[in-house]
Design a protein around this ligand. Structure first.
Ligand code: SF4
Length: 345
């Protein structure tokens, strides 16, 4: 069966005509699927019952069903959803001063092997489709009854390792006839796939690019982020310079502080030297503890010292990210892993 969320407006109209219906019905269906985000054909109240029955035979619409949710004291909701093939991926709903954000997954699992990340523990299973990216947004909107204003591609998976679907998603989710989310409110996070950063710069999409750096020393970064063996830090920073020059957009560097691993004065100094004078912003995030890895977050006084060094000495715009959902273990992959473990035991 075909997933309607994977299809563009013209593809839906064409498919509806192929089952013997008029084009205007296709446009109505597109509105139900892409603007209203319904997850049940019976909600399409302006369609005849006979057409609804036909749609149920030919198409699917509910490609991400939330099977478990954890709600944090700060309002963050972490959802675990089942895809149609039974695979599970996580998405997160967060409320900030500037609106509601969704953090969504782009792959089932991940092959990048970052040492601090629970998503990579079982390797990669498969890429998500553009319809499954969208399905997570609709499911979170339907669950909360609130419109999503900002999107972060920072759940499980490396978005640039699923490049074609990621770019399709960026175009579809900003479509004025669809969800119509501002491109400036979307962040794509990468562990540093250099060729795809160049490609993305050339797409002129206007998204915010976020680089998960996490260590400014090459030999140490290799230990926690094996992608560094393929694309070293110098090469990565060159690609970032290209991205900034091409798009004029400020690039964010994500830096998860792990106690005793990457939070020393020497790390802050090296990070400052690497980024000084560039159009960048550094986000310091105390890492969420991952029990399988034994990592602990850096303590607050040390985080503040790290930040002061970047701001005062190197004049780098730096913030400490508010830890949303820390009471529900919101780091990507953790909910899915506990469900998989429970199923195995
Ligand atoms: S941090 Fe991101 S890129 Fe690295 S393993 Fe986890 S999901 Fe993959």
């Amino acid at each position: 069966m075909k997933d309607l969320r994977n299809m563009t407006k013209s593809q839906i109209v064409e498919a509806i005509e192929q089952i013997g219906e008029k084009a205007f019905r296709g446009k109505q269906i597109f509105e139900w699927v892409m603007q209203k985000g319904v997850s049940d054909f019976d909600q399409m109240t302006n369609l005849p019952k006979s057409l609804i029955e036909k749609l149920k035979q030919e198409f699917t619409i509910d490609n991400y069903k939330i099977v478990e949710q954890l709600v944090s004291g700060d309002g963050t909701i972490k959802a675990l959803g089942a895809l149609e093939d039974g695979n599970l991926v996580e998405s997160v709903f967060m409320t900030y001063k500037h609106g509601n954000s969704a953090c969504i997954s782009t792959q089932v699992g991940c092959k990048m092997g970052c040492a601090f990340c629970a998503s990579t523990l079982g390797g990669i299973v498969r890429n998500l489709t553009v319809g499954e990216y969208l399905g997570q947004i609709y499911a979170l909107q339907n669950l909360t009854g609130k419109r999503i204003d900002n999107i972060v591609l920072m759940g499980s998976g490396e978005p640039l390792d699923n490049y074609e679907e990621t770019v399709k998603f960026l175009k579809r989710v900003t479509d004025t006839e669809g969800l119509n989310i501002s491109i400036r409110s979307i962040t794509v996070s990468t562990c540093g796939l250099v060729p795809e950063i160049y490609k993305l710069a050339d797409e002129h999409l206007g998204i915010t690019l976020a680089i998960s750096l996490h260590n400014p020393f090459e030999t140490e970064r290799i230990e926690i982020m094996p992608i560094t063996k393929r694309y070293g830090i110098v090469e990565l920073l060159k690609a970032v310079d290209y991205y900034i020059a091409k798009t004029g957009r400020r690039v964010t560097f994500e830096y998860a502080l792990i106690e005793g691993i990457n939070d020393s004065v020497a790390h802050a100094e090296q990070l400052g030297r690497l980024l000084k004078g560039k159009l960048v912003h550094v986000n310091l995030i105390p890492v969420n503890a991952v029990k399988e890895k034994g990592f602990k977050p850096t303590q607050n006084n040390r985080i503040n010292g790290f930040k002061s060094q970047l701001v005062d000495k190197y004049k780098i715009n730096t913030t400490v990210r508010r830890e949303l959902g820390s009471d529900i273990n919101a780091a990507c992959g953790q909910l899915r892993n506990s469900r998989l473990e429970a199923n195995q035991s």
